[in-house]
Design a protein around this ligand. Structure first.
Ligand code: UDP
Length: 637
């Protein structure tokens, strides 16, 4: 609401503020700490923390010379009719969040209005080949962790282990050992004091240390604060699938001269074996990420890194704030007791939340100035979804069926279509993102693969008129959509996470006072309706790895609809990731679950299929393969 107020009050300006305005606002902050109070705006109470957040944002913006009125005038403006007219918007955002219909990423929830005021979840930092540069990135990373974000870093520019260091006539320690520095910093600086650090460490397949990088994490206790991924480009894929000998040259990061020749098949085997053993490394398909990257022209470079969970590819110093719509809340009960998806409600919430996330870019307090600059140049936002599996359970549509995929595809297309349309509307009222004119948008290109690669007949929305609008007015956000893991958000909203099927429908918890079952709430309703809800059946499901498959008491329709991650074949997991990826501007956080008894060849086949269907990255998880498995179906296994 505060972001909207600032924008719509037309108080943004590039002419700058005088120091007096800023000091005045700051003095309010000091006075505020002395007492507690509330004041009423319409039906909504503004409390000390809301007010504090307003002042903090005013000071942040004023410091950058983006406010054209004094703080006193802002207060007068807000105290008068203006504030009244924002009561509705404030209430609207407030109800959306408390109603669990939409939640911004957890740093926004934890930090908004507080002293930190850092609201983004995702960051990417550069890592250049020099001691000063390495230490600068390390100190930037520390500030990001402190404020609650996670960092992705591509280490491929660092010279390989054993290479020469001219200034000291010594030898380089190589990227793998440098990753330990940030790993340790993460350990020490707990994120925003509230959550564990998450990092993504990337090495591209051509780097001479790639084999060491791949096998490095198979041991327990190594780089525990990092997810690691191998970055793939066209040349590697070409050697792998189009040549008979599979010869592939590893090159020096310093001068790109050949260092040694390896076999692409052996390298992918090594990756598959390691992922089979320990769920890492993941693969990042930079060729797919950059295929429709309309922003590359403005940055004069391709994207070469992602955030820790892989759903956002970002340029160095870019950040992204995410938010997720809870889809299960959009299933509306009909008179006959069945449920239907509310497409109108979906469009409305997509528009509102696109605006919400765009506001966050300006009211955000960035950890370092470079991040503020880069984030505002692209104004990237990541609107996504959660509760997909719960929605499908509620609509009685199997996740891994033709109907399930068609519905997910349309949900994904609608998300990007309406958010881009809203972003164009915002460009008209607030201006396009600063680098928009330098991208391929004015040429009529869009960063959405589905538009180019899916047949026209299968599109659910009219993309051409939207592209014309973008050519005319620009767009406010370089990309608008992503599907995040929603680890914390889905717990708060009590729904299935992201677009993942439920891991287990029922699991048992044993605590000192006894044992109880956690049951998926949609399943609970269905069991009650079928007259099947008893402690015995819950126990049976929990003992059946949280799945309904093969339980005689459970009707077939329920076994087909209520599928878990382990019930679904890995190829179907990939299909689901694919239907979402077709229409999502950024990427999808998804785990390709595999049973314990799959082979390394299966993992390799999954890589080939993933690339074939145009995924931007992939992570496999073979049941039982992690040193520490986070979620167990029952307390015994
Ligand atoms: N993330 C992080 N630490 C964590 C979890 C997440 O830094 O412990 C970052 C990471 O960049 C991830 C992003 O937040 O990709 C979004 O994760 P998620 O959707 O789980 O966040 P939530 O908002 O639900 O906490």
């Amino acid at each position: 609401g505060i972001g909207d107020m600032l924008y719509d009050s037309q108080i943004f300006d590039k002419s700058g503020n005088n120091k007096q305005d800023i000091d005045e606002a700051k003095s309010y902050l000091e006075k505020l700490d002395a007492f507690d109070y509330k004041f009423k705006v319409g039906d909504y109470f503004f409390n000390k923390w809301h007010f504090r957040s307003l002042i903090t944002h005013y000071v942040t913006l004023a410091n950058k010379g983006q406010m054209k009125i004094s703080f006193k005038d802002l207060l007068t403006l807000l105290a008068g009719k203006k504030l009244e007219s924002y009561a509705d918007k404030i209430t609207e955002y407030f109800t959306m969040m408390t109603g669990q219909d939409f939640l911004p990423n957890s740093p926004t929830m934890m930090n908004a209005g507080g002293r930190l005021g850092q609201l983004s979840a995702c960051f990417v930092l550069g890592m250049e080949d020099g001691m000063e540069e390495i230490m600068k990135s390390t100190s930037d990373a520390a500030l990001i962790f402190k404020s609650g974000g996670g960092v992705g870093i591509n280490y491929s520019n660092l010279r390989e282990e054993g290479d020469i260091v001219a200034s000291t006539s010594g030898v380089a320690s190589g990227p793998v050992s440098f990753m330990n520095i940030i790993n340790t910093v993460t350990e020490v600086v707990k994120q925003g004091g509230k959550r564990r650090g998450a990092n993504m460490g990337i090495i591209e397949a051509w780097h001479p240390d790639v084999e060491k990088f791949i096998t490095n994490k198979t041991e327990a206790g190594v780089l525990e604060n990092f997810n690691v991924s191998v970055g793939i480009w066209e040349d590697f894929w070409h050697a792998l699938v189009n040549t008979t000998d599979g010869n592939y040259v590893l090159r020096s990061p310093r001068d790109r001269k050949p260092v040694k020749e390896i076999n692409a098949h052996q390298l992918i085997d090594l990756i598959a074996l390691s992922a089979w053993k320990s769920a890492e490394p993941g693969l990042i398909f930079f060729d797919q990420i950059n295929k429709y990257n309309v922003f590359a022209k403005a940055r004069q470079a391709p994207l070469r890194a992602t955030n820790p969970c892989g759903e956002q590819s970002l340029y160095p110093y870019e950040s992204c704030n995410l938010g997720s719509i809870n889809l299960v809340n959009l299933a509306k009960r009909q008179a006959d007791g069945s449920y239907e998806f509310d497409w109108q409600g979906y469009e409305e919430i997509i528009r509102k939340t696109t605006r919400f996330l765009d506001n966050i870019i300006d009211v955000n307090n960035y950890p370092v100035p470079e991040i503020s600059t880069a984030s505002k140049e692209s104004r990237r936002i990541g609107l996504g979804v959660m509760g997909v599996a719960d929605l499908l359970y509620r609509l009685k549509i199997p996740y891994n069926s033709q109907e399930g995929y068609e519905l997910q595809s349309k949900l994904s297309e609608a998300l990007t279509y309406y958010s881009m349309e809203e972003s164009v509307a915002l460009a008209r009222s607030r201006g396009e993102f600063p680098l928009c004119a330098k991208t391929e948008y004015p040429e009529g290109k869009i960063p959405i693969s589905g538009y180019y690669e899916k047949s026209k007949e299968s599109h659910s929305y009219e993309w051409e008129p939207l592209i014309e609008e973008i050519k005319k007015h620009g767009i406010r956000n370089v990309l608008t959509t992503t599907v995040a893991p929603t680890g914390t958000l889905s717990m708060i909203a009590d729904c299935s996470n992201g677009m993942e099927p439920a891991f287990a429908l029922v699991f048992e918890k044993r605590v000192t006072v006894g044992r109880f079952f956690y049951t998926n709430k949609i399943l609970e309703e269905a069991l009650k309706e079928e007259g099947l809800y008893t402690d015995e059946i819950l126990e049976k499901i929990a003992d059946n790895y949280g799945s309904l498959k093969g339980l005689d008491e459970i009707p077939q329709w329920m076994q087909d609809v209520f599928v878990t991650a382990m019930d679904i074949h890995w190829a179907d997991h990939l299909m689901a990731q694919g239907v979402w990826q077709d229409w999502i501007g950024n990427a999808i956080a998804k785990t390709i679950n595999m049973p314990y008894d799959v082979t390394v060849e299966d993992v390799k086949s999954a890589y080939l299929l993933a690339h074939e269907i145009g995924l931007k990255g992939m992570t496999v998880y073979r049941d039982g393969s992690r040193h520490k498995q986070v979620l167990h179906m029952t307390s015994e296994n």
